[in-house]
Design a protein around this ligand. Structure first.
Ligand code: GLN
Length: 315
């Protein structure tokens, strides 16, 4: 499928100015590094399945991947173990509660329900076959690079800031372990999970990550086959149910695209078979989603009638 790239560029430019005019929200402050990122940064990128990139704003600024890394670790676990094993061991249900909720665990016998909340992501990392911590980390990092680009790297600053303050996540890892839902040493799982959140990516990288899913598991930029096509639909289903945390239902209603957000300010939205849209701007709303990235993505999705639930998509 080909697009009128100049029309797409005007729409992306329009979305950027709309995003920039949008106030409200605040940087995440429970991770000290994130509180220090300039809040006015704003970017929007589209990667088409054909490999074309359309972008505007601060699209080459490197920011923390955070929760969007959960898509990569979930995809890797499905590659290693099969999608059904991931559903059985971790789950495939929305929690309806915040991403770091202990209550969500407590009311479900300490089963995480989905790889896309903190508990589920740590369980997912622990579920990977790896002989030790460093090999577990290398697997996760290599997979992020395959879904995005080889430029993705760990930020020592973000990682230190997170490892020194992740007490809540450590508690969750021990709860999982006590219930038999953590499959490695729990502190190893928490440490590797924290590192996977601390890699720096650009908005173009994020759009490439989404583009790999839109393109049936083949990275549209490098053309490398990264994910088995059979795993793509289960990945997108998990993103639909939990990708925007306790706003996922509203997001499906308003936008209708499998998506994922992170507290670094990034959001990706996948248009299967066509493209992915990524937005970035640090200020978050109360559930932890970037205010401006949501606004920009919603604008483009609505304008192009991209909802997967639409009977008459315009592309
Ligand atoms: N590293 C963050 C945490 O574990 C990621 C959360 C997020 O992006 N929602 O809390």
């Amino acid at each position: 499928m080909s697009y009128d790239i100049s029309k797409l560029q005007s729409l992306v430019d329009e979305a950027l100015s709309l995003g920039k005019s949008c106030s409200g929200g605040a940087n995440a402050n429970y991770i000290p590094f994130l509180a220090s990122v300039p809040p006015e940064l704003c970017a929007i990128s589209i990667v088409c399945c054909s490999g074309e990139i359309v972008h505007a704003g601060d699209y080459d600024y490197g920011f923390a991947l955070e929760s969007i890394s959960k898509v990569c670790s979930m995809s890797l676990a499905m590659q290693q173990k099969g999608a059904e094993q991931v559903r059985e061991k971790i789950g495939a249900e929305p929690t309806g509660l915040p991403f770091n909720s202990v209550m969500a665990l407590t009311v479900h016998q300490d089963k995480p329900l989905t790889p896309l909340v903190n508990a589920g992501a740590m369980a997912t990392v622990s579920f990977l076959d790896a002989p030790d911590k460093e090999s577990r980390w290398q697997l996760v990092l290599d997979f992020q690079r395959k879904m995005m680009s080889k430029n993705v790297h760990l930020s020592e600053d973000v990682n230190t800031s997170e490892q020194e303050t992740n007490f809540h996540n450590r508690a969750i890892a021990w709860l999982l372990y006590a219930a038999g839902n953590c499959f490695s040493d729990p502190m190893e799982a928490c440490e590797v999970y924290t590192r996977q959140c601390s890699t720096l990516v650009t908005c173009d990288d994020l759009a490439t990550l989404g583009g790999t899913l839109a393109n049936g598991g083949v990275n549209p930029i490098t053309k490398e086959k990264v994910i088995d096509p059979d795993n793509v639909a289960p990945i997108l289903a998990e993103m639909t149910m939990e990708g925007m945390y306790d706003f996922s239902g509203d997001w499906a209603f308003l936008v209708g695209l499998p998506s994922k957000s992170g507290v670094g300010g990034g959001v990706i939205a996948v248009v299967p078979g066509k493209m992915a849209i990524a937005g970035f701007s640090p200020p978050l709303n109360e559930v932890g989603n970037s205010v401006r990235a949501q606004k920009m993505i919603q604008h483009i999705a609505n304008r192009l009638n991209l909802s997967v639930y639409s009977p008459s998509p315009s592309l």
